[in-house]
Write a protein that binds this ligand. Structure first.
Ligand code: ADE
Length: 248
């Protein structure tokens, strides 16, 4: 049973690649796929690309060409929920596409043809990922520059929203949260790919789980924090949490 591990960013993937035994590189659909073993288990590592369409193409290739049995996503996200801080991890319970709006033909955020707004992640995989994330953030306390991770990081589980926008304005976050909350969707984090991969996994009937390290608060300081955080913190989180997950 092959596990696909998707990352949004090259930096995150590099830290995962070091663990791959017998790595084999394949180019397909303009993307690089790395097959190998990790803890004796067959895995394929790939970059999702940025945005929903790129991520859907990568996920489809993983299913059609590499026959993966499950997909796990590791990446960064903007924290928008109360108490979701930079350095925390959010493990997705389910996903919504915050830029989906086919109203008045369909209710706002509903996926046309799917009769649903939210896409659920796999319960068992999500529980394993949350366990690995909780264990790592506890052990990581105080390990990072306090300018990047202040205080005790936490692992959360909840709704993540994806859309083709890097959200970097407090007003936009407030509008997004107010609108989604009024429809009963309490969002913890925003990113640009997860919901697309969740939709592909739904179509093929594959289990999917995702973890996102919070790199910014999706506000006016989001662009300043981002590169430093990805290079020093997110790469370590991805490596350790996926390692913990694969050992389960
Ligand atoms: N990924 C990391 N931070 C993000 C943000 N603020 N908006 C969208 N995607 C992100």
């Amino acid at each position: 049973m092959t596990t696909a591990i998707l990352s949004a960013l090259q930096e995150e993937q590099s830290s995962l690649l070091q663990h791959l035994q017998r790595p084999r590189r394949t180019m397909h659909a303009g993307r690089v796929f790395w097959q190998g073993d990790w803890h004796g288990r067959p895995v394929v590592l790939a970059l999702s690309g940025i945005g929903k369409v790129a991520a859907a193409t990568t996920a489809t290739a993983l299913v059609e060409r590499f026959g993966v049995a499950r997909i796990v996503f590791t990446g960064v996200a903007g924290g928008v929920g109360d108490g979701v801080q930079v350095g925390d991890v959010v493990v997705a319970h389910d996903y919504v596409q915050h830029d989906m709006d086919a109203s008045p033909l369909f209710p706002r955020w509903e996926l046309p043809g799917y009769a649903r707004t939210r896409l659920r992640c796999d319960t068992a995989l999500t529980a394993m990922l949350l366990e690995a994330a909780s264990a790592y953030v506890q052990s990581a306390t105080g390990q990072f520059d306090s300018k990047l991770v202040a205080g005790q990081p936490r692992a959360h589980r909840g709704l993540i929203a994806s859309g083709d926008r890097f959200v970097c304005a407090a007003q936009e976050v407030q509008n997004l949260r107010t609108a989604l909350t009024s429809a009963g969707h309490e969002v913890l984090a925003v990113e640009m790919e997860g919901a697309a991969v969740a939709q592909v996994c739904h179509d093929y009937g594959l289990p999917f789980a995702a973890m996102r390290t919070i790199s910014d608060r999706a506000d006016d300081s989001a662009h300043v924090d981002f590169p430093a955080f990805v290079n020093t913190v997110a790469t370590r989180y991805a490596e350790h949490i996926i390692q913990g997950f694969l050992q389960k």
